[in-house]
Design a protein. Sequence first.
Length: 354
Amino acid sequence: MPRDPFDHRMRPLQSLFLIEEASQVGNARRGAAELAASLGFDVTQAGKVGIAINECGTNILKHAGRGRLLLNALETNGNRGIEILALDKGPGIANLQSSLRDGYSTTGTMGGGLGALSRIADGFEVFTQPGRGAALRVEIWNRPWQSRASAIEYGGVCLAKPGEPVAGDAWGVELNHDLGTVLVADGLGHGLEASTAARAAIDVLARHADEAPHTLIEECHSALARTRGAAVAAAKLSSSGERGSYAAVGNIVGRVEGTGGPRNLLSYNGIVGHTIRKLQEVTFSWPRGALLVMHSDGLGTHWQLRTYPGLAARHPSLIAAVLYRDYDRGNDDVSVVVLRNRGLALDRNAGRNA
């Protein structure tokens, strides 16, 4: 029987597939089929996932020559889904609206790939820039259901250092009405011991999600005492109150992107679980439409959302994926988490990331 990706003891890494030749598209398709089976997808829905992987992978090869596919398990309102992120640094899509029409092709094929993809998907978004590549997000669920949008929308990327079996980073989000609590942890070093430390911090979030950020980090400091330790950042967000609070120790970047321009949030030196010399919580304005971006030091810090016109309006997972694509250092675990204040009516059902 396929294992459950949401089993607390066996949560998987987000799956990454390099796409540089046709056989790798097949590898991604098989990985997606295994994930779909573990999430209870029936034959029809699993077939849609396979089609989506094939379209995304072959589009990367045809138009960019190489790229990456990321797979992530989703859960909300008791339903389970698969998120596919397709990333490349090719020439981009010159005419996106034309590309979404069936029969349109720039490579002499029958076309219809993006158009077909948008029809079978429960969620579909594209971000592209001339000369800087394309990024697609596809969302397919295990069964039809009536989506209830939450006041806080979020998504992210979390991947292991190349060659490591597990990620030494971890992140989690807990939603309650229009309040959200997010925690990002970067275990010291790499591999299994770093992963143990990072996961211990996420366990603290699950038990103490109602606490203030500085209290969460203090709880993590106790819980991680027998681990390698970690860099940890936590934030508490209020959609209706349009405000947030934040505390961090170690190399986790926190940045608010809103109408007043970016604001970097302070992190203090130290290792949670071993040495915290100073811990202070800061507050910030988080108006409707604003973003909170948090990431580990596996991502370069010199990114600016203003250099990606229109990206800030896309799904948070797509924002995180584009930043990962362009600023991944390539020699470390990397996590990028993005949250948006949607300013919507309250949703009492929390979603979570695997």
